[in-house]
Design a protein around this ligand. Structure first.
Ligand SMILES: NC(=[NH2+])NCCC[C@H](N)C(=O)O
Ligand SMILES: [Mn+2]
Ligand SMILES: [Mn+2]
Length: 314
């Protein structure tokens, strides 16, 4: 049975700028939200007919980064990631509670520990659509890089991290494997492959995009996580899902990614469902590469957000 539910009736976006880079080693990704705001994302959202709630003094996440933060096992900056994502989870939850669309501008992808937890606190039957070159589901005991932006989903699904990390005890597993789907994968680590297989997580790699075309892939992805089109959707978009020729300014680029149109198509098709309640736009690193590649990447990040808010729907 298809239950019709209405989201976003308020048509208001809470914009959360997450100036955080501690989930990976390259400085600059914390500048992502400033750049997108400078580029005019707030006015662009208003022009689409949405109200915008934005706390201009957002560069507060950095303040939550402790001075001393030694590794725990292989994990780098664990307390910083925990503190920031914990605060962010509350902000996203409070926004969702008000009936707002929660737009989180990163920052590296570790912030999804917080954004997804925040969505889950209000929309317990949500599904998660993860657009990325990477699977970001490394168990913290098995990450070889130790960078927590490669691990966020391992905290969100019960049983992936075998032993509890006290610093992250606040994170409640809030997602089931059947409510997660990936699109764009092409650089997946060995432990990640095992988990995807073991848990039966549906993953559409670039190979699948080539084979079926993006239209069919998005349809299959939605049929899987949202068969009755009644679950609220959280979209977590890592800009490195796009091909590096389209989005060069990012910390872990991987060749052979989504085209400009494929990336935008995903956002448009999800917007069309009317079920999108939250979005993350992450891994935009304006300090990597030339001025031109910075502008290109910030521009594409903003236009993906606009498409997810319905810009290109007639
Ligand atoms: N959000 C990202 N860009 N993640 C990249 C992760 C790369 C690699 N799998 C790692 O765990 O280190
Ligand atoms: Mn990635
Ligand atoms: Mn990612």
């Amino acid at each position: 049975m298809t239950v019709s539910r209405k989201f976003n009736e308020k048509k208001t976006v809470s914009v959360l700028g997450v100036d955080f880079s501690g989930g990976q080693p390259k400085a600059g990704v914390d500048e992502g939200p400033f750049q997108m705001i400078e580029f005019g994302i707030l006015d662009q959202i208003k022009e689409l007919g949405w109200g915008v709630e934005f706390d201009g003094s957002f560069p507060n996440y950095k303040k939550l980064v402790p001075v001393e933060d030694p590794d725990i096992g292989n994990m780098k900056h664990p307390r910083a990631v925990s503190n920031v994502t914990r605060a962010l989870a509350r902000h996203v939850r409070d926004s969702a509670m008000k009936g707002n669309f929660a737009l989180s501008l990163g920052g590296d992808h570790s912030i999804a520990i917080g954004t997804v937890s925040g969505t889950a606190a209000v929309h317990d039957d949500f599904c998660l659509i993860w657009i990325d070159a990477h699977a970001d589901i490394n168990p913290v005991a098995e990450t070889t890089s130790g960078n927590l932006h490669g691990c966020p989903i391992s905290f969100l699904i019960d049983g992936i991290n075998k032993s509890a990390v006290p610093e992250f005890e606040w994170v409640k597993p809030c997602l089931t494997p059947d409510r997660l789907v990936y699109i764009g994968l092409r650089d997946v680590d060995i432990p990640e492959r095992r988990i995807i297989k073991e848990l039966g997580i549906r993953a559409f790699s670039m190979h699948d995009v080539d084979r079926h075309g993006i239209g069919k892939v998005v349809e299959m992805a939605l049929d899987h996580v949202n068969p009755h089109r009644n679950r609220p959707i959280h979209l977590s978009f890592d800009v490195d899902a796009l091909d590096p020729t389209v989005a060069p300014a990012t910390g872990t680029p991987v060749r052979g990614g989504l085209s400009f149109r494929e990336g935008h198509y995903i956002c448009e098709a999800i917007a069309e469902t009317g079920l999108l309640v939250a979005m993350d736009m992450v891994e935009v690193n304006p300090t990597l590469g030339s001025d031109e590649s910075l502008l290109q990447t910030v521009t594409v990040g903003c236009s993906l957000v606009r498409c997810a808010l319905g810009e290109t729907l007639l």
